[in-house]
Design a protein around this ligand. Structure first.
Ligand code: ATP
Length: 235
């Protein structure tokens, strides 16, 4: 049996006494794009926080490429190839595009290589290399945030609401790139509240509602059966 890149088994998590994740089961196969959909408050961001070591689950298991990472800190997870692009992007607004990219060049990865990879995925960043990141459009800032992630050569990329606040055309463009990143062998879990573009690119879809994954399948199956939940009809 092939070991998935990410496996979540029976995960429970709470804020104080309020249980928010109630036994989440989820797998991301190697090299696949999995879209995690669901209405506000379903627990998607909490799941991302648990996977990335920022919130401690109350019970359940997390495996990254077969390694048990339930108690791993964010540093160890990064060493194992996990990279999270949080909602809201996180670029340095008062630095230029190029300075942002130079800043994320890692020990052992030359800044020029980071910049080359960023510009090959996102030619628009090359045109705007001298512009302050804070003055980029939302979509361009997302491209810069994704370049940061690619520089770390991730095995698993977690994308939290890539499409938040962006025009549909830009979202399509970004998801084209997500598909390209997956084609290079990176596994991707993308969280979205609204589904259309993510459904086009995803290999598999998981729908969360009320702190559980209530349906998983290929996009066509999910699109027909879960439209109410995906559109926020049930929480
Ligand atoms: P959205 O799409 O609105 O971001 P979500 O599916 O990501 O929603 P979560 O952000 O994980 O959902 O929230 C799940 C539940 O946990 C919600 O009821 C939320 O109010 C609650 N919650 C989230 N963060 C905290 C916190 N820090 N303290 C207390 N409750 C929280």
């Amino acid at each position: 049996m092939v070991v998935p890149m990410l496996e979540v088994v029976g995960l429970h998590a709470a804020y104080g006494r309020i249980e928010v994740l109630r036994g989440v089961d989820l797998a991301v196969p190697k090299g696949a794009v999995v879209a995690l959909l669901g209405p506000n408050g379903a627990g998607k961001s909490t799941l991302i926080k648990c996977i990335s070591g920022l919130h401690t689950p109350t019970s359940g298991d997390l495996h990254l490429a077969g390694v048990h990472v339930q108690d791993a800190g964010a540093d160890e997870l990064a060493r194992l190839g996990l990279c999270t692009i949080p909602e809201g992007r996180a670029v340095f607004p008062n630095l230029t595009v190029e300075e942002n990219l130079r800043l994320i060049s890692y020990a052992g990865v030359a800044a020029d290589a980071v910049i080359d990879v960023a510009f090959s995925y996102f030619p628009r960043l090359r045109e705007r290399r001298s512009q302050l990141a804070g003055t980029l459009s939302g979509g361009e800032q997302q491209m810069l945030a994704m370049s940061r992630a690619l520089a770390s050569d991730p095995a698993l990329l977690l994308l939290d609401e890539l499409s938040m606040g962006l025009a549909p055309l830009i979202v399509d463009e970004l998801y084209e790139t997500v598909a390209g990143i997956a084609a290079s062998g990176v596994s991707i879990l993308c969280i979205e509240q609204f589904a259309d573009t993510a459904l086009r690119v995803a290999d598999y879809v998981a729908v969360m509602s009320g702190g559980r994954v209530v349906a998983t399948g290929e996009p066509a199956e999910i699109r027909d059966s879960m439209v109410d939940v995906i559109l926020g009809g049930a929480a």
